[in-house]
Write a protein that binds this ligand. Structure first.
Ligand SMILES: [Zn+2]
Ligand SMILES: [Zn+2]
Length: 257
């Protein structure tokens, strides 16, 4: 099993990182993709400890839409920051990047420019992207279409079956988080039913979004097992099948890095 998206260098893991990693291994995880916020030197210092504690982790880096405001005058600088971090960390993807119109922490036009600049970078360096999109579906697909040729994943998928089809139609993977275990998430489970085996990923997005029965507590990579079980249940297949298939998909999408 691989957790395809977690923030293990978050300060929420600083106090007990070794125990978190031990529980992940005990749960059957062979690795995790750790998301780093490009340019965040404080997080990078913690990420060095993550790499020591768990050498099997891989990294992805990008400027999150929440942080796009810092690049309002020079969106290209966001791509430059991502490029620098991608190089330093041997990143296997650019992300998470995208649009968040729910929180609107940065002006939408700035979010769009920062997103587009990083898509151009990903294309230039031949890396897939990890998309964060919230209440911004049409703009996200439009910018992806304008960028052309992007490959990647819609992380922490919260759309419905129709949106999953749109993602699949442009060749993207779809990654499900602990939200798939929430009682109210019927439309997300519909999406989890229709994504083909070879486009399916699972993640925790920890420390956020703990699945049932840990909802409201700090999330951690070991809990990706609950996501695997939930996705397997809606698809009517054994959890072991989803664990193996999603691990293969991580390698297929992100490659060795
Ligand atoms: Zn996200
Ligand atoms: Zn995330």
């Amino acid at each position: 099993m691989i957790d395809s998206h977690c923030h293990l260098a978050d300060d929420g893991f600083e106090a007990d990182l070794e125990a978190v990693v031990a529980r992940a291994k005990d749960a059957g995880l062979t690795g995790a993709l750790v998301i780093l916020s490009a340019g965040d030197e404080v997080e990078a210092a913690r990420a060095r400890k993550v790499r020591e504690a768990w050498p099997a982790v891989r990294f992805a880096t990008g400027v999150h839409p929440h942080n796009a405001g810092a690049f309002a005058t020079e969106p290209q600088d966001a791509a430059a920051a991502s490029a620098r971090y991608a190089q330093a960390w041997g990143a296997c993807a650019i992300g998470e990047i995208g649009l968040d119109y729910h929180y609107d922490f940065a002006p939408r036009d700035v979010q769009r420019d920062v997103f587009a600049s990083q898509l151009a970078l990903a294309k230039q360096i031949g890396r897939p992207v990890i998309i964060h999109t919230r209440e911004a579906t049409d703009d996200t697909f439009e910018i992806l279409s304008e960028a052309g040729g992007a490959a990647g994943v819609f992380h922490c998928f919260t759309g419905d079956a129709a949106m999953a089809r749109r993602a699949l139609d442009i060749g993207f993977y779809v990654s499900f988080s602990g939200i798939v275990t929430f009682p109210s998430a019927e439309s997300i489970r519909d999406a989890a039913r229709l994504v083909p085996d070879d486009r399916l990923l699972v993640e925790t997005d920890s420390p956020y979004l703990a699945p049932v029965p840990f909802r409201g507590k700090r999330n951690e990579p070991a809990h990706v097992a609950r996501v695997v079980e939930a996705v397997a249940a809606v698809r009517g297949v054994p959890a072991a099948h989803i664990a193996e298939q999603t691990s293969l998909n991580v390698d297929a999408l992100f490659g060795p890095c």
